[in-house]
Ligand binder design. Structure first.
Ligand code: ASP
Length: 450
């Protein structure tokens, strides 16, 4: 049995949905189909999820929302007309959206999630109709009724373990199941969504719940590239990588697969295959528990901008018991999660997302650090990019760090920080945003010969 997930560009219009029907029905093992909300039809287009967020904000602001509601309905109406589905499909969608608005919660986050979820929910209803019309009986599945139970962190929810046994019963269904991605319900019965891009997570949860033979994740590329093709031309394709490699690469900017979607697949050891809706014959990229040693030491290099570092210096810091704990306690008190904390003898840095450190918080935190930890110096630097060089082979190949740092030094890239995780399958470098491209070119050349 295969669980298949189709991303936003794969459900963007009628032509793409027809491809989905073809792909799913060409393999009897493809029984559970997870769908995103319609994505971009072209570069300038807007994703339905973003349209819904704008609509929800207009409703919250108490302004006239009719034009924005119309825009969303029209996206589905175009699909309905092109697939020659009954008009009633669009009427139901419009009524559903109006119902969500009329019955809105006073909690804005909760209302926002109810609106965001409508994108996937309506998509699944339309696609189930399209399968049935094409002669393949298919059923829309309501995630709440099916048992997709989530924590009540609206916009950032996580699956609750008790979801799995109930979701496992989907295995018995006779028809093809069309399951909307991205959302579930809380124990209180409220709709809650995963983080953005979270339909991948839904697919992984379902694949784990029904112990699928493989989780096929259809997107719009033939395979995952070893570097971001928007920055580096023609990077080599990755045919196979491990879960750990995928997790590390997705963490820092590999947008093809959501990093949180790895965990359910890992727990149930379900292989993942990333494939292309527009070229389903291409083998795609397999993501598996282990790969043979000797193949490709470095599998991929990713990068993500938008980080900052808090550098703290204090002579004899190494002798001061509890320094690190007290520093991290200050961050915890401010409800800030951090990414890395490289340390030296007399210094420590904390790397975090700049978005988590707005000016007011930064001032409060540096004020407390000065008052409570009495450092010799403290400096906050924004505008950092994290670069991850990832590969299982790095663990047993000497000289990898030297290779990377020499290549960057030779290209005039100043390294702000180096960190090798305990897993030893990745090296992380922080560089200034302005050095990002230079650093990536240097690394691409030395590791992939491009
Ligand atoms: N539609 C949602 C988003 O744009 C979820 C997804 O596509 O995976 O974030």
């Amino acid at each position: 049995m295969k669980v298949v997930k189709f991303g936003g560009t794969s459900v963007a219009n009628a032509e793409q949905i027809s491809k989905i029907i073809q792909i799913v029905t060409s393999d009897a093992a493809r029984r559970i189909v997870v769908v995103s909300a319609p994505g971009k039809r072209n570069k300038a287009d807007i994703k339905v999820t973003d349209l819904l967020i704008a609509l929800a904000n207009t409703v919250i602001a108490g302004k006239d929302f009719e034009p924005e509601l119309k825009t969303v309905v029209e996206r589905y109406a175009e699909i309905q007309r092109d697939l020659k589905l009954p008009d009633a499909v669009v009427k139901t969608i419009e009524a559903d959206l109006r119902g969500r608005i009329a019955g809105r919660s006073s909690n804005h986050l909760q209302f926002m999630d109810a609106m965001k979820a409508a994108g996937e929910d309506c998509s699944a209803r339309v696609i189930a109709e399209a399968f049935t019309k094409a002669g393949f009986p298919a059923q829309y599945v309501n995630p709440g009724e099916a048992g997709m139970l989530l924590s009540d962190d609206f916009g950032n929810a996580q699956v609750l373990d008790e979801s799995y046994p109930k979701l496992a019963t989907l295995k018995q269904a006779k028809d093809i199941l069309i399951f909307p991605g991205f959302f579930g319900v809380t124990k209180g019965g409220e709709v809650a969504t995963f983080p953005r891009g979270g339909s991948d997570i839904t697919g992984a949860i379902l694949a784990a719940a029904v112990t699928a033979d493989v989780y096929e994740n259809f997107t719009d590329v033939d395979s995952v590239c070893s570097m971001d093709p928007r920055v580096i031309e023609n990077p080599p394709a990755i045919d196979c990588m491990t879960y750990r490699e995928m997790r590390e690469l997705s963490y820092a900017g590999f947008g093809v697969f959501h990093d949180e979607a790895i965990i359910p697949a890992v727990r149930a050891s379900i292989p993942i295959c990333i494939k292309n809706t527009n070229n389903p014959a291409a083998p795609g990229t397999m993501v598996v528990p282990k790969r043979a040693p000797g193949e490709r030491t470095v599998v991929g290099i990713s990068s993500a901008p938008g980080f900052c570092a808090i550098y703290i210096d204090k002579y004899m810091m190494n002798r001061e018991i509890g320094f690190g704990r007290r520093l991290l306690q200050i961050l915890e008190d401010e409800k800030i999660s951090f990414e890395h904390t490289p340390t030296g003898i007399d210094n420590i840095s904390v790397i975090l997302a700049s978005a988590n450190l707005p000016q007011a918080k930064q001032e409060r935190i540096t004020g407390r650090i000065n008052a409570e930890l009495k450092p010799d110096a403290i400096l906050v630097e924004h505008g950092l990019t994290l670069i991850m060089v990832v590969g299982e082979g790095m663990h047993y190949t000497p000289g990898m760090a030297a290779k990377a740092t020499q290549a960057m030094a030779a290209n005039g890239v100043n390294l702000e920080m180096i960190n090798q995780g305990a897993s030893e399958i990745s090296m992380m470098f922080a560089v200034k945003d302005t050095d990002r491209e230079k650093a990536l070119r240097a690394l691409g050349k030395v590791f992939f010969g491009i």
